[in-house]
Design a protein around this ligand. Structure first.
Ligand code: SF4
Length: 104
C-alpha cells in the first residue's frame, strides 16, 4: 500500500487517513486562518497541540470543541481556555452562555 498512514475501514472498504477519517471526508477547518489555537496565539498551549491540529484542524473539525462554540455562539465568545478535545467543557460554556448571557 502506498500513502504511509492510510488504512482501510473495518467494514466499508473506505480508505482512512492518518486521523482515522475517510480521506474523502477529510478537510481543513474553514476558520483555520483566524483560529487562535491553530495559530499558536494562546498561552499555555497543551503539549499535544500539534497532534490536536492534525486530528481536528486539518482533518475533521466536526468534533472540535472550539468549532462547536464558534458555531453556537460566534467567534467573539470563543474563550482561550477551551481546546479541541474538550467538548464537555465547550458544552458547559454554551449552556452557561445560553442561561446567563455571558461566558464568565
Ligand atoms: S481548533 Fe477547532 S476551530 Fe480552530 S482551526 Fe482547529 S478545528 Fe477549527
Amino acid at each position: 500500500m502506498s500513502g504511509g498512514n492510510l488504512g482501510r475501514g473495518a467494514s466499508s472498504g473506505e480508505i482512512l487517513g492518518a486521523c482515522g477519517v475517510d480521506v474523502g471526508a477529510m478537510s481543513d477547518c474553514p476558520v483555520l486562518a483566524s483560529c487562535r489555537f491553530f495559530n499558536d496565539v494562546i498561552e499555555n498551549m497543551p503539549a499535544i497541540s500539534e497532534s490536536l491540529k492534525e486530528r481536528y484542524c486539518l482533518c475533521d473539525n466536526s468534533r472540535c470543541a472550539r468549532f462547536f462554540i464558534f458555531s453556537a455562539l460566534g467567534k467573539q465568545h470563543l474563550p482561550d481556555d477551551v481546546f479541541p478535545h474538550e467538548m464537555a467543557k465547550a458544552r458547559d460554556h454554551v449552556r452557561h452562555f445560553q442561561r446567563y448571557g455571558t461566558i464568565d
